[in-house]
Design a protein. Structure first.
Lengths: 263, 330, 364
């Protein structure tokens, strides 16, 4: 289990996370939602180890991540950022091999397989900087999946996705979320920050709602996606309906000032 | 130990051994070097750094320094020079010789490639690594002192004459130059009020770089019985505008070939000289650099030119015509 | 690695997958060896190439030089060209690899140690050592008499590199504009400091400085080789350990951390490595500009940006380019020679402008 306890992050004198407790369980997709500025990305970065904590502790199977070596941690936790600019003219294969942890031999076969899984077959030799935003995002996903292959099969590895679908069209959103599901089904844990509440409701095993640096709801889709919670978090009046496939969210009217409405 | 052995070996090598040189460079065959009176036996001189240098062959000279080159030509030994440096600009014939670069940044292989048997170099030539390599190749390097007065010029002539094995020619040249200096100092004896003058080396960016005390320009002013208005500065440095104005120079002296156009309009437009007597009279004296600051055999003529310009009304006799004063000198 | 990679890829693979890395490395190696042999064979003093080998063999086997012609040949080959070629390899490889590492750390192909003030900083420290250090030099142990200069240049480079990374990097991101402007300012400060030192230097010191500030291999001696070699060797030994980290850094500092790169340690090692390469080169040959900019760029064009190939390729190509430039400097106006720094600047400055124009969108 990947766990944050009493996680507090202060940057430039501003408290971004105010003592948050958060668990990411193996075999599950945990989705983090919340309005802009709620601290979703900050929480993801705090859990991944990128942000320094003002207080609290992040641990993996009970061991503080600060006590793991950079490599040990990297084999069991990978992060897909919102977007990645590559400084030089790397090829797709070279970008993915950054995630291969220097395995050396058999690289090309693994690269081809990973590209196939993100539906970019034949892209290995393409220049990363010539790709579209969506293609880049899927290359990064392949790189991140490659990274987790170095961990032990019997220990769960954790995939952190920061708004992974933002630049993707509908079909490729499904590619990404299907791969996330496959990772969870293999016993891994997934933490995904999502904007789209409907998408969240569709893929999440568990949803955590963050607002103003505090968790205001944590539970199953049915427990969390309800009118009151969404209204409290986003300040928007909504009506949650339940079509045959599951709940969906329909915005009603804007109560406060404009600008916070999402979904 | 091996080095001293090499040195000893090379000492017994006479100039004739050059015929065994493998290289195809035409310049390296001594047959066309024009050497005639070179004595085959070796001799020694003590150079400007008090080193005793042994010379066996003075037929192929690399001449480093404008004054060194002029002195060799003045002794009629121009045809022994096989290479010169960048500052050797007089006589014209010197410019047709292979040029090994700037005095202080000589390339060791460049100098070696012209196949010199003797290197006469103004003290301060370098870098040191180059001089080391040349000596390692057992080529005698004689450092010629940088004298900035009559005695200094005469010392240069004597040392160069000794180093090339032509003491008589040296004595004749030295006697003539000494006589010229004496004529001048007699003529300038009555001078009481020394005019104030300033030497401007360059004026890039509106700042005049002037010759302070300890410079060759300062030495020229002393020989011409003038006062260096910039004597408070040491060396060649940018002048402070106000200090220059207060010093009230009556004449400004510049070089003709300084690489930059220094005419009266340029000079007297500088804030440095605003309101000075020199600017009022537009008194700008221009000479070739090697003539004015070279401290070679032409120096008495340069001193006279300067004195005539700075002491109007004073009777200064013409110096006797000297072959090295005018082109061509062969 | 990439070469075998391309062969086993499915047929659907894109054509340019086949980056001829192995072939490229071999080619650069051949170029470096050719340039080295060229530097031994070519010079204003004409010696037949076959004779050069004979001269070296004679010198090593201790054959005495019977004629002064033999002696001169031996001096030219063994005391002039040979140390100069070796020093050229050290300076070229050191500068180019330092440039490649610096560009990797700053994630920017314009981060040339000369342009962003590191080489001028090393130069200032070296000048300070020559002018001020020499007054107490006699009291120092022998080690410092030889190694003081490169050590001073190394620390000068180290301080400037630390300064520039502090100034130009914010939250793990390096602004190109800040990098170049801060580099410009640091370079100007170093130049001003050097000017002050030249002002207070004795005339003899000024002459040495003049020779040295123009950037040249002309004063190459075995002592200078011995002076530069440990630093360049340290750089070359360190560089393979930096390769994977620098590749990861290309994706961003956070991403590098996420894939298990100890980013802060990597940056510290990289900065030390850069300072070592630049310091050694500056101490031995003065400031020879643009090699650190041009060479990694050309190597990237040929072999791709992956540092596993880029760093060794830069070392070899750097040696080759520097030696070629030095041969040109010696042969363009014999028997005089042009300062090497002028040759590299003549080629490098337009190259930099071209790079800048191509990347104008990034610089803003």
């Amino acid at each position: 289990m990947y766990e944050g306890k009493d996680v507090r992050v202060v940057m430039n004198g501003r408290t971004l996370l105010n003592g948050v407790d958060m668990e990411i369980r193996s075999g599950q997709i945990t989705v983090l939602v919340g309005p802009n500025g709620a601290g979703k990305s900050t929480l993801l970065k705090a859990l991944s180890g990128e942000h320094k904590l003002a207080a609290g502790r992040v641990s993996l199977d009970g061991t503080a991540i600060s006590e793991l070596s950079a490599r040990e941690l990297a084999c069991r936790r990978a992060v897909l950022p919102q977007s990645v600019e590559v400084a030089f003219s790397f090829t797709v294969a070279e970008v993915i091999s950054v995630g291969l942890m220097g395995s050396g031999a058999r690289e090309s076969g693994r690269v081809a397989r990973l590209l196939h899984s993100v539906e970019l077959p034949g892209f290995a030799g393409r220049r990363y900087d010539s790709l579209s935003g969506g293609e880049r995002q899927r290359v990064q996903l392949a790189r991140v999946l490659a990274q987790l292959e170095c961990g032990h099969a019997d220990k769960a590895s954790y995939l952190f996705l920061d708004e992974p679908t933002a630049s993707l069209d509908l079909a490729h959103q499904f590619v990404v979320l299907r791969l996330a599901r496959a990772h969870a089904d293999k016993g891994g844990g997934v933490l995904a920050v999502l904007h789209d509440l409907n998408l969240a409701a569709m893929v999440a095993d568990r949803i955590v709602v963050l607002a103003n640096g505090n968790i205001i709801a944590d539970g199953t889709v049915d427990e969390v996606i309800c009118d009151e919670v969404i209204e409290r978090a986003f300040g928007v009046s909504v009506r949650v309906g339940v079509p045959p496939a599951g709940p969906y969210v329909l915005p009603q009217n804007i109560r406060h000032s404009a600008g916070t409405a999402q979904a | 130990m091996k080095k001293s052995l090499l040195l000893a070996l090379s000492l017994v090598c006479s100039s004739g051994l050059y015929a065994m040189t493998w290289t195809a460079t035409a310049a390296e065959t001594p047959a066309d070097s024009g050497a005639k009176a070179t004595p085959a036996k070796s001799f020694t001189v003590t150079d400007a750094r008090d080193r005793v240098v042994t010379i066996t062959d003075a037929s192929r000279i690399a001449s480093i320094g404008g004054a060194v080159t002029e002195i060799l030509y003045a002794m009629g030994l121009g045809d022994r020079i096989i290479a010169v440096d960048q500052t050797s600009t007089f006589p014209m014939d010197a410019k047709s010789k292979p040029q090994v670069g700037y005095t202080r940044t000589l390339s060791p292989e460049g100098v070696l490639s012209v196949g010199p048997s003797l290197i006469l170099a103004t003290d301060g030539s370098g870098p040191r690594t180059t001089i080391d390599v040349l000596e390692q190749a057992s080529i005698p390097v004689v450092m010629i002192p940088e004298g900035h007065d009559a005695e200094g010029v005469l010392r240069k002539i004597e040392l160069i004459a000794a180093a090339v094995g032509e003491p008589e020619k040296g004595k004749a040249l030295a006697d003539a130059v000494r006589a010229d200096f004496e004529t001048l100092s007699r003529a300038l004896e009555p001078v009481k009020d020394r005019p104030r003058a300033v030497f401007v080396m360059s004026a890039s960016g509106g700042a005049a770089v002037v010759g302070g005390s300890g410079t060759s320009a300062d030495a020229m002013f002393q020989l011409a019985k003038a006062t260096n208005a910039m004597a408070d500065i040491k060396g060649y440095k940018p002048a402070q505008d106000e200090a220059a104005m207060i010093s009230e120079p009556e004449a400004v002296v510049v070089m003709r070939d300084g690489g930059q156009k220094l005419d009266a309009d340029t000079i007297f437009a500088l804030p440095t000289f605003l309101g000075t007597p020199a600017a009022r009279d537009r008194k700008l004296l221009t000479y070739p650099g090697s003539y004015l600051l070279g401290f070679g055999p032409r120096t008495p003529f340069a001193v006279r030119d300067l004195a005539v310009a700075l002491h109007p009304g004073l009777e200064i006799p013409e110096l006797p015509a000297r072959p090295w004063h005018t082109e061509p000198v062969q | 690695m990439s070469a075998e990679q391309s062969s086993s890829l499915p047929v659907t693979e894109h054509k340019d997958a086949a980056r001829p890395v192995a072939a490229g490395l071999v080619l650069f190696g051949v170029l470096a060896v050719a340039a080295f042999l060229g530097a031994l064979a070519i010079g204003p003093f004409s010696i037949a190439p076959g004779r050069i080998i004979a001269v070296m063999w004679e010198a090593w086997s201790g054959v005495e030089t019977h004629t002064s012609a033999m002696l001169r040949e031996r001096v030219v080959v063994m005391d002039v060209r040979f140390p100069r070629a070796v020093l050229g390899v050290l300076v070229g490889a050191g500068t180019a690899v330092a440039g490649a590492i610096m560009q990797g750390v700053f994630r920017n192909p314009l981060a040339d140690p000369g342009l962003i003030g590191v080489a001028p900083g090393a130069g200032l420290a070296a000048v300070a050592w020559m002018v001020i250090g020499s007054s107490f030099l006699v009291h120092l142990p022998d080690f410092f008499q030889v190694m003081g200069l490169p050590l001073a240049a190394f620390f000068g480079g180290l301080v400037t590199t630390l300064l520039i990374s502090r100034l130009a990097t914010r939250d793990g991101r390096t602004s190109v504009a800040t990098l170049l402007f801060a580099g410009l300012a640091l370079g100007a400060m170093a130049a001003a400091g050097t000017g002050v030192l030249v002002f207070i230097a004795t005339e003899q010191q000024t002459r040495e400085l003049l020779f040295w500030t123009m950037g040249s291999l002309a004063g190459a001696t075995w002592i200078k080789v011995a002076m530069a070699a440990p630093f360049v060797a340290a750089l070359l030994v360190l560089s393979p350990f930096l390769a994977r980290g620098l590749d990861a850094m290309a994706l961003g500092e956070a991403e590098a951390y996420h894939v298990g790169i100890p980013v802060e340690r990597l940056k510290r090692i990289a900065i030390v490595a850069v300072a070592a390469g630049v310091g050694a080169a500056v101490a031995a040959a003065g400031v020879v500009g643009f090699i650190g900019l041009m060479v990694p760029h050309l190597a990237r064009l040929a072999l791709g940006p992956s540092h596993r190939a880029l760093l060794p390729a830069s070392a070899m190509l750097g040696a080759a380019v520097l030696l070629a430039a030095d041969i040109f400097a010696r042969m363009v106006a014999p028997p005089a020679e042009v300062p090497l720094g002028i040759v590299t600047a003549l080629v490098g400055a337009p190259f930099f402008l071209w790079l800048l124009l191509r990347r104008r969108a990034f610089v803003g």
